[in-house]
Design a protein around this ligand. Sequence first.
Ligand code: UFG
Length: 321
Amino acid sequence: MVKLLLEQGHSPIVFDNLSTGHEEAVPAELLALGDLRDKSSLRRVLAEHSFDAVMHFAAKSIVPESVADPAAYYENNVIGTLNLLDAMREEGVQRFVFSSTAAVYGNPVSHAGAASGAQASSSLIDEQHSLAPLNPYGRSKLQVEQALQDYAAAYGFRSVCFRYFNAAGADPSGELGESHDPETHLIPNTLRAVLGTGPQLKVFGDDYATPDGTCVRDYIHVNDLADAHLRALLHMRDNEGAHVFNLGNGVGFSVKEVLNAAEEVTGQPVPHEMAPRRAGDADMLVADSAKARSVLGWQPGFTDVREIIETAWRWHKDQRF
Ligand code: UFG
């Protein structure tokens, strides 16, 4: 996002406690160290610059961890965000883009007979779908979404919530990509298993209500997510209120399909084993993103999971940090 904002002539500042972020990922002069749980550091940074908007990406975001340690999730994701919103109101910054998640939906209400892979799924989730998160992570994000509706009504606060489906891939340049310790996400774990820099891949559960029994997800490239955020800035310039958009490709891939695609992209076998289900996983999450397409004019550029894996492969082969 920072790279894109700079390319577009914006002047971003990055506020991060580096608990999971990497100093090397952003130009040093743009980095302000601080913690969302510490209001004074937020106020200081907001007061030092004249911001048009805040894009809030920082969160704890690992579903099984949220099941094991919900307190950390409510503290970082809910209290941390309310601190940020308070500080913004005090400093007169009234526009906010929020990284929400498909995890706010829970299991799709009707998904029987849905297909995966190249065929269109019959159970796409749109923004009107009921909100029934299966885990504390999803609940923490939903609570913020609800607060944003109230803030819009009471304070004229403008916001865009993006419900990301599965953020994946790396900058095609190969210079930026994901780097987590421990790594929990499917695509990096698959590629690390191929490279031998991680353990063999565990496929968590093959008895889900999906065509091949493994979980189906909608993988969306990080650069497509960044592009949507730019469009959100324009949208908030012209529109009051709190707006919610799904961001996904609208095509689901099962864990086994991702594994096969990774073998195609790398030309190497993915060492793997079957393992029990992981706590908090929904069977199938595939986005209907028609609203983002029609209202924001958003059009994902990476529509095939192979292309997404290719960018991640470029990064992981020569990971810089
Ligand atoms: N999986 C494996 N083995 C692994 C890692 C993942 O089988 O080593 C499976 C998971 O069980 C799941 C699928 O691959 O079925 C995708 O898992 P990820 O951990 O890559 O992603 P999640 O779907 O759990 O999480 C993502 C985002 C969350 C968001 C969630 C919505 O990271 O922020 O989608 O469910 F909340």
